[in-house]
Design a protein around this ligand. Structure first.
Ligand SMILES: *Cc1c(COP(=O)(O)O)cnc(C)c1O
Length: 407
């Protein structure tokens, strides 16, 4: 736990409830990277034995990561993170499709911007994209996917777990459908890797994106799994690293650390999930007592770490700033949309009107979160929402009956 400088006199402890934005590096991940920063700093492409030691470390990390998701080593390409992996996966599948005269892609309307913006770019290049609307609980209907297939569909890309509302998609079912249609299935699994069990073969996943900093590894490193036989397009040109699929000197320390972090997270997954689900549901129950609020996303079918609420009559940004004063770090949407005035596309997609979507709060807890912290968060959010509503003209109109409550 981090003690804020300004509050040192009063010793206010900071509570981190923004694990969907990034996670603290585990001790294991930090220790794993140190030798490759300090002693073994060599370029893995160098032919002398010390360079080869760095190469060996990368290959051992590749083997570990492949094992963690049920893939083989040759199916793993290291990237600079989740965004790059998403870009490369989608562009590769699009290039394969184009070659075969297939230029239709199926996705949905709650994807991360790394996926949505790549799809927008492809639309400008002549691809057609069907964005399947999710249901009110944030989950996609597999029937809708089935019905969206065309003879020229070349890719289905649906995220494993949503970064804002935590909903889990029926990945295996989607994988099965895609297999039947002979179409590549990519999943942005950045929020799921290390938190949910993944077996790419059993779930019929052909491509998968992951990012180390979302599972207690370092920032700026991730990986793309691409099933054997899928020809990747290189989106960074240069040397022949990563078998020509991703140029640039490898982030050796980051890659080694990512593998260590993932291996540990997977060994702790069941224990962590049990603990987190209990805390999550305590948080949901506590916050549900606030009048005129709603939980966003499905109550059960969501990440063990994710809680997301809308509170009517307030602004999410004001809530965040006041919670920060109380030592609580949270988020109103995804980091990529904070700072912009548009409400979250995910909340709009599950049917929240603009006004309501503006009053959102995402709390993403972690393994270090305690019951006391959860209770402190509940108390603080209750007080702060009440406080903000006292000064809200929107709330005044709602309470006076001049406007109708939605929630
Ligand atoms: C964080 C995140 C990304 C982006 O990963 P980076 O490593 O930060 O580029 C992509 N998709 C989802 C669902 C995410 O949560």
């Amino acid at each position: 736990m981090f003690v804020s400088q300004e509050y040192k006199e009063v010793w206010i402890l900071k509570i981190y409830a923004d694990n969907a934005a990034t996670t603290a590096m585990s001790k294991t991940a930090v220790e794993a990277m140190m030798p490759y920063i300090n002693d073994c700093y060599y370029n893995p492409s160098s032919l002398y034995s010390c360079g080869q030691a760095a190469r060996d470390a990368i290959e051992a990390a590749r083997e570990t990561i492949a094992r963690c998701i049920g893939a083989s080593e040759r199916e793993i390409v290291f990237t600079s993170g989740g965004s790059e992996a998403d870009n490369q996966a989608i562009i590769s599948a699009a290039n394969i499709g184009k070659k075969n005269g297939k230029m239709h892609i199926i996705s949905d309307n709650i994807e991360h911007h790394a996926v949505l913006h790549t799809l927008k770019k492809l639309e400008k290049e002549g691809f057609a994209v069907t964005y399947i609307p999710v249901k009110e609980n944030g989950i996609i209907s597999t029937n809708d996917i089935e019905n969206a297939f065309r003879s020229d569909t070349c890719l289905v890309t649906v995220m494993y777990a949503n970064n804002e509302i935590g909903t889990l998609q029926p990945i295996k079912e989607i994988g099965d459908i895609c297999k039947r249609h002979g179409v590549i299935f990519h999943t942005d699994a950045v929020q799921a890797v290390g938190r949910m069990p993944i077996d790419v073969k059993a779930q019929n996943i052909n491509m998968l994106s992951a990012s180390a900093h979302k599972f207690h590894g370092p920032k700026g490193v991730g990986f793309l799994y691409a099933q054997k036989g899928i020809k990747l397009s290189s989106i960074i040109e240069g040397g022949a690293q990563e078998r020509g699929f991703r140029a640039g000197t490898e982030n050796v320390a980051g890659i080694v650390s990512m593998a260590a972090a993932l291996e540990e997270e997977i060994s702790l997954m069941d224990t962590n999930a049990k603990k987190l689900i209990k805390l999550r549901d305590r948080l949901i129950a506590g916050l549900s007592e606030i009048p005129h609020c709603a939980l966003n996303g499905d109550k059960q079918n969501r990440l063990p770490s994710n809680v997301n609420f809308c509170f009517e009559g307030i602004e999410g940004e004001s809530l965040l700033l006041l919670l920060d004063d109380k030592g609580i770090m949270a988020s109103s949407g995804s980091a990529c949309t904070s700072g912009s005035l548009d409400p979250s596309h995910v909340l709009l997609a599950i049917g929240r009107p603009h006004d309501v979507a503006h009053g959102s709060l995402r709390l993403s807890i972690g393994e270090d979160t305690t019951e006391e912290q959860v209770d402190y968060i509940i108390k603080s959010v209750k007080e702060t929402v009440e406080h903000l509503r006292r000064f809200s003209p929107v709330w005044r109109d709602l309470s006076a009956g001049k406007a109708e409550f939605i929630l």
